[in-house]
Design a protein around this ligand. Sequence first.
Ligand code: KG4
Ligand code: ZN
Length: 332
Amino acid sequence: MIVLGLESSCDETAVAVYCGEQGLLGHAIHSQIALHDAYGGVVPELASRDHIRKWLPLLDETLSASALTLSDIDAVAYTAGPGLAGALMVGAMAGQSLAFALEVPALAVNHLEGHVLAPLLETPAPAFPYLCLLVSGGHSLIVAVHALGRYEVLGESVDDAVGEAFDKTAKLIGLGYPGGAALAALAEQGDPTAFAFPRPMTYRPGLQMSFSGLKTAALTATRANPECEADIAASFQAAAVDTLVIKVKRALAQTGLRRLVVAGGVGANAHLREALRQLGADCYYPRGVFCTDNAAMIALAGCLRAEAGESDESSPGVRPRWPLDSLDPPAA
Ligand code: KG4
Ligand code: ZN
């Protein structure tokens, strides 16, 4: 089965084709970072309009790169949530119209399910069950992935996502948007012990996380010591990484899981990777391009569900809020 995937939940427009037998056949992504840069964050209306402009050229690019035509497509999977309502609607309308015209099923895919299944795009792929740390600009989740559609959210951030805290700290130091990677680069020149930033919610049991207090601590330190940017960056990164690692260590012990998948843009952080490696679990990192928002993971999730017999009859439309643990295994 060949499934076309569409992703438009935030500031990336992406198209991919995934084949159940042969794996990923092609994918293309357009990032809107430059479009939103001047505003210091994603402007929803601009995001929606740009998705409208970009999805058809990306579709053409993906089909020609994979030597396919629309008549080869057996189903269309689109991101139905969670995400920005207007941005999601562009992908949903595109996906549903295309599926209607081609007379194939349209499958509404949960974006977070895409992220936690993204490691299955790689070889070797982790076998179920595994623990997934999903850390991006929008999400910080620790999930036990038991099987397709069986996700147990063990912990998540009660406020800012960890990537958002990286970005806001980077912005106040003047590193642009999204500045997580630039902040990590600056941290290399600083002393991670210079400032004793909090490791939020690690002193009590449980797997919930919080990153807004850490961001505020960095803000206060920057105001008092504007010349210490590299030390603040290094101390912030150390606190964020420590917090994530403490929680993941707890989650591995609590679940007894031995495989750990790290997904989301913050998974690119070298210090986080090194610290997680030392926990002794088998670590899996999807390639950078499949860690951040992409359509390959949406096409893959749609394909697995379609092959398990799911049809489009229960299609929910767009769902800006759509918790991962509200999903069910495929309904045949
Ligand atoms: O998965 P992704 O594209 O998320 C969203 O679009 O939400 O990841 C982007 C996030 C941004 O917050 C970015 O600053 C952060 O990942 N990021 C990093 C690094 N590279 C990207 N954070 C820390 N260290 C990095 N090396
Ligand atoms: Zn995402």
